[in-house]
Design a protein around this ligand. Structure first.
Ligand code: HEC
Ligand code: HEC
Length: 266
């Protein structure tokens, strides 16, 4: 055999094998590796040249969820100074807005009224319609202590816009006493899920498993256990990964997807 032809063939086989290997290696460790390639940086951590309000509010929602994953910063190493003794959490998670104010934005008056996320701190629901400059200033103040190294001014403006104009009324979608879903339109939810979410999560919501060991965590698992959290993920995306969000289609579409998601296998 002509040796040039032979080496070309070896090269092709080698790259096919390498291709398979990298596909097979895309396990949950890779999904949970929140360091990104250059292409991923733009959608996940960058911003469009002409951002719409929809984009700004969903970005603010991801910062509210977990600002260091949303913004590609180092997580804090300390427990937040305003995190109360009564709370059970420690370390970085106590710096997440949701940890003190809740996925339902109601703090002690909502789902975090009891349980392992109890803090006794009120929600941010009362700040709807509030002045965004004042909200941003409050977050730099002594109770909160978010420095510009953590969240810069432009990012803080997105977060303040979310607080003032991006919160949904979670009591319309989730029973805040029982944490059960208030059912929406399952057929519409199924149509949206099968044509958007399924691209990554699979038709049964089980393509990704972010659980640990024998404890599986699929879309269906989480939609049943924490519908308020999943409603937030659908409206804003999941910080630090290339997940889409449905904010542009409004909370009713998101609510229908949430409802269908809760019927998927756990
Ligand atoms: C460690 C707990 C903690 C964390 C984390 C936290 N906050 Fe707060 N927040 C508080 C406390 C305490 C208050 C004051 C409540 C009061 O008035 O008694 C407050 C008040 C607020 C208010 C005013 C609410 C109102 O109705 O006037 C807003 C808005 C707010 N926080 C937004 C945020 C955002 C956005 C984040 C994330 C960047 C955040 N907070 C993170 C503890 C926290
Ligand atoms: C482009 C791919 C993509 C699409 C489309 C997508 N997601 Fe995701 N989603 C992800 C990735 C990646 C994760 C992170 C998984 C992990 O951390 O293991 C994720 C995480 C989640 C989580 C878990 C968040 C958590 O708490 O860890 C939920 C719930 C979720 N997605 C629901 C949905 C729903 C509902 C839709 C449709 C509206 C959707 N996703 C569309 C990629 C996608």
């Amino acid at each position: 055999m002509n040796s040039a032809f032979f080496s070309l063939k070896v090269l092709c086989v080698a790259s096919v094998v390498a291709g398979f290997a990298s596909q097979a290696a895309l396990g949950s460790d890779d999904l949970n590796d929140y360091a990104h390639s250059e292409e991923a940086q733009e959608y996940i951590h960058g911003s469009p040249e002409q951002p719409t309000d929809t984009w700004i509010l969903s970005s603010g929602g991801r910062i509210y969820d977990n600002w260091w994953n949303a913004l590609d910063r180092d997580p804090p190493e300390t427990t937040h100074p305003s995190y109360p003794e009564a709370g059970e959490q420690t370390g970085a998670t106590t710096w997440r807005c949701k940890e003190c104010h809740g996925w339902d934005y109601r703090g002690v008056d909502g789902i975090y009224a009891s349980g392992s996320h109890f803090t006794g701190i009120p929600g941010i629901y009362g700040a709807i319609g509030g002045n965004e400059t004042a909200i941003a200033a409050l977050l730099r103040g002594p109770d909160h202590g978010y420095t510009a190294d953590m969240i810069n001014d432009e990012e803080l403006a997105r977060l303040a816009a979310f607080v003032s104009r991006g919160q949904v009324d979670m009591s319309r979608y989730v029973n805040l006493e029982t944490r059960g879903i208030i059912w929406g339109d399952l057929n519409r939810g199924r149509a949206i899920f099968q044509s958007t979410c399924a691209a990554c999560h699979g038709f049964d919501g089980r393509a990704y498993d972010w659980g640990e060991g024998d404890e599986h965590a699929y879309v269906g698992t989480e939609a049943v256990a924490a519908p308020d959290e999943v409603m937030g993920k659908i409206m804003n995306g999941h910080p630090g990964v290339a997940m889409i969000n449905l904010r542009a289609f409004g909370p009713d579409a998101a609510h229908d997807v949430l409802s269908y998601a809760a019927t998927l296998p756990e």
